[in-house]
Design a protein around this ligand. Structure first.
Ligand code: NAD
Ligand code: DAU
Length: 352
């Protein structure tokens, strides 16, 4: 069995669903605090599946983590739990330090204690896989090569600084204590269950509601988009074959400026759910830029391809079409997650 943290969030829930399909014989213990970003409904397809054990709890709770490890004796921990939204980290960085740094520290210490109790060969087979981000490398200039695993860390936001700190802890726990760790640094994900505070789902739900599509600054910031199910398959591959102590960059080879993403979403909605008021592009609204906004991220994903034979299966075209269709087919899910707390956030972030 494996222990997953943050498995009710966007990527975590996709991973748990993917894992149960790919490894029906290996159970998942899913530890998630159910913050605003966690949603049990994402896992509804696993209701009645005895191979999925959901535990509501905090990764900073050492006693709880110790108990789960002792009780379930996982062969691996896959660590997704984090505060993940850059804009929220600008408004209130405290929660990011607590979960992303203290939480990772707590997990590492609990994992170290548990790992020390294992006999061979369980000890040799154990893995702690830390899911991180390309944002730790900072921002690229237009002509810079994409981020390689050897790039220096230059985090620019409270979020990326907290993730960088967690990556350093993971590295140190390997170097000092020999804990068998793996780290993945991934680019922007998109797909089903993406919380509509992030660019792609926000644009889809706002367009369908006839609301403005808020594009920060000049809309020419570049991100490298990866379909979430490709990220899940990359994590499975790294867990299976990654070299202990190594980091693997994961990306989609899909660099695109934000405005192009928004225009593509509008074009797909014009095709799939035309509005009587005309093209959704009429809703595009340029708004104040994000403070400290990173200009460009791009991932050099050659190491994971060379060493582990992983490449994304989706192109941006196929992935974004599936994503828009998913939001059209799951309007009730999108409606439900836009609860009172969500409306408070939107008011705070976009009022000006
Ligand atoms: P998310 O915000 O959608 O989900 C985070 C999950 O973690 C939620 O279910 C939440 O309830 C849970 N959580 C938060 N604090 C917790 C705590 N203290 N204890 C237990 N659970 C807690 O995030 P996501 O987009 O799914 O990202 C998952 C991971 O992948 C994060 O570590 C993030 O840094 C990383 N990542 C995300 C992206 C992306 O594009 N979304 C890209 C690269 C890396
Ligand atoms: O690169 C990986 C990272 O991608 C992850 O580590 C983060 O957890 C994840 O949130 C994401 O961070 P970004 O800041 O790149 O994603 P976001 O969807 O918030 O924004 C994508 C781009 O779109 C960014 O340049 C800001 C811009 N944007 C975003 C929002 C929410 C807008 O123009 N308008 C918006 O309303």
């Amino acid at each position: 069995m494996i222990l997953v943290t943050g498995g009710a969030g966007f990527i975590g829930s996709n991973f748990v669903l993917d894992w149960r399909a790919a490894h029906p014989g290996e159970a998942v213990v899913n530890l998630d605090a159910l913050t605003y970003a966690g949603n049990r409904e994402n896992l509804a397809a696993l209701d009645g599946d005895t191979g999925h054990v959901f535990v509501q709890g905090d990764i900073t709770d050492r006693a709880l983590v110790d108990r789960l490890l002792a009780e379930h004796r996982p062969r691996a921990i896959v660590h997704f739990a984090a505060e993940s939204h850059v804009d929220r980290s600008i408004h209130g960085p405290g929660a990011f330090m607590k979960t992303n740094i203290d939480g990772t520290f707590t997990l590492l210490e609990a994992a170290r204690g548990y790992w020390a109790t294992l006999g061979e060969p369980e000890k040799a087979a154990f893995r702690f896989l830390h899911v991180s981000t390309d944002e730790v490398y900072g921002s690229l200039g237009p002509q810079d090569p994409p981020f390689a695993e050897t790039n220096p860390y230059e985090p620019n936001s409270p979020y990326s600084a907290s993730k960088a700190a967690s990556d350093h802890l993971v590295r140190a726990w390997h170097h000092t204590y020999g804990l068998p760790v793996l780290t993945t640094n991934c680019s922007n994900n998109y797909g089903p269950f993406h919380f509509p505070e992030k660019l792609i789902p926000l644009m889809i739900v706002n367009a369908l509601a006839g609301k403005p599509l808020p594009v920060y600054g000049d809309g020419m910031q570049i991100r490298d988009w990866l379909y979430v199910k490709d990220h899940c398959s990359a994590i499975r591959r790294v867990l299976e074959g990654g070299r202990v102590g190594e980091t693997y960059n994961v990306g989609g080879w899909n660099e695109k400026p934000n405005i192009e993403i928004v225009q593509r979403i509008c074009a797909l909605l014009d095709e799939l759910r035309p509005s009587p008021e005309g093209s959704y592009t009429r809703l595009i609204t340029y708004v104040k830029d994000r403070p400290g906004h990173d200009r460009r991220y791009a991932i050099d994903a050659r190491k994971i391809e060379r060493e582990l034979g992983w490449r994304p299966a989706e192109t941006f075209e196929t992935g974004i079409r599936k994503t828009v269709q998913w939001y059209l087919d799951n309007a009730a899910w999108a409606q439900r997650v836009q609860s009172g707390a969500y409306r408070d956030w939107v008011q705070k972030q976009y009022a000006a």
